[in-house]
Design a protein around this ligand. Sequence first.
Ligand code: FAD
Ligand code: PYC
Length: 416
Amino acid sequence: MNRYSVFSVARNAMNYNKDWERAWRSPNPKAEYDAVIIGAGGHGLATAYYLAKEHKMTNIAVIEKGWLGGGNTGRNTTIIRSNYLQEPSIAIYELSRSLYEGLSQELNYNMMFSPRGLMMLCQTEHELRALKRTWHANRHAGLDCRMISPKEVKEICPIINDDPNARYPILGAYYQPRGGTGRHDAVAWGYARGADAMGVDIIQNCAVTGIRREGGKVVGVETERGYIKTKRVGVVAAGHTSVVMQMAGVNMPIESVCLQALVSEPIKPVIDCVVMANTVHGYMSQSDKGELVIGGGADSYNNYSQRGSFPALEHTVTALVETFPIISRLRMLRLWGGIVDMTGDRSPILSGTDVEGLYVNCGWGTGGFKAIPGSGFVFADTIANGRPHPIAEPFSLNRFAEGRLIDESVAAAVAH
Ligand code: FAD
Ligand code: PYC
């Protein structure tokens, strides 16, 4: 019998979890590892998992300053889609979306992946044209997507206000039927358990305080629990990428800002798809608990504040209420924020650096939850082989110096 079966859950409940197995160990750091990953968010944990599974690198550690999944991975609104404009982006986001489809089976951990359909509303003529362009690019790349009429929008999402005289009327929508949501914590926990089972040490409550270099090479990391020797370091510390990379003397083209979200009180099911309204800067879906999950734009100033604020709540709900009149009658339950790191072209950085052995995975900005499996897969390959995976190659750090930007400011959508 599977040790995680429904019977074992029932047995554990009856004996007050006396024999409940820990999902991962709490090891002491070793003096030396073959690689150290800084940051136990989804991207860091997925990187460690694929390093161990695909490249048989099991003498590795993931060092986390707080608790695993406690950064943006546990704070996001879980939208999964791959409707980006440029070919390199479509390649990585679609790899990721397709890996999500089999992830619960791969990790034997329920990710609650729910491909419930995602629509991006067109509420101005300009937005209609921009999303048609994305649709053409996506179809060209083989993605399952289509443009839908205002009538279909209303059929798929009956709570949308389809009054043609609205200030922002519905002119149609881009629709990706296989987009949807997943359970954010479960993604972190599943990868953590999978990595731990292959021997990866996940060390929580242990900030990295320095990156030691000798000549042009990485030789180790300073941590709150002592020095660790290693020749390979992967920095996967969203929100604090610039701070951590500065420890190795590398400046990053990144700005850090707070992105906020909120949930309403739980209600009966009213919306079974994900709707993004990019012109008014808001989006909404419904959690399995019944809460409406709502978000809007990122703070318009740089900051490291990891909390929600009433002005952002008011602004987002005001923006959405014409499109979703139902929310005017709801009480909002809680709000929160996460620090996201933004690049100028709104595309990630998955790259080696001029420092030998130092790699960086960052810049997912407001949209990296959907990218966790694909990013972990290609970043692990990049670190293990000391050269970029073909899908990671366009996302190099050098692209900013070389002018090879991958502009995704439209695809980053409401939260750019
Ligand atoms: P994180 O999960 O933030 O992990 C980084 C880790 O690094 C943290 O745990 C941190 O503690 C650790 N760390 C930092 N400094 C150090 C140090 N010195 N030493 C050790 N550890 C360190 N994306 C989507 O695709 N869809 C969405 O719907 C969506 N909605 C969002 C809504 C909100 C409100 C927010 C904030 C983000 C949203 N995102 C969304 C973006 C997504 O959450 C992030 O892009 C993604 O989670 C980044 O994952 P990560 O593993 O890189 O970072
Ligand atoms: O990337 O799809 C996204 C997203 C939605 C809300 C925040 N990010």
